[in-house]
Design a protein around this ligand. Structure first.
Ligand SMILES: [Zn+2]
Length: 54
């Protein structure tokens, strides 16, 4: 399952999405933003912007 970056709409290829845990950090390789996993309900992942990069 893929997720879409909330910042640049890049498709984040999360191969192990079902293994993502709350608090885990993902980096968008498109815009460099840092996203934190805030919830994962059976692969239904919610992401939150943790750091806008720069
Ligand atoms: Zn992005």
């Amino acid at each position: 399952m893929n997720q879409t970056c909330p910042e640049c709409k890049n498709e984040l290829n999360l191969a192990d999405v079902t293994n993502l845990k709350e608090g885990q950090i993902i980096e968008c390789d498109m815009c460099g933003i840092t996203l934190a996993v805030v919830a994962n309900n059976d692969g239904n992942v919610m992401l939150e912007v943790a750091d806008e990069g720069k």
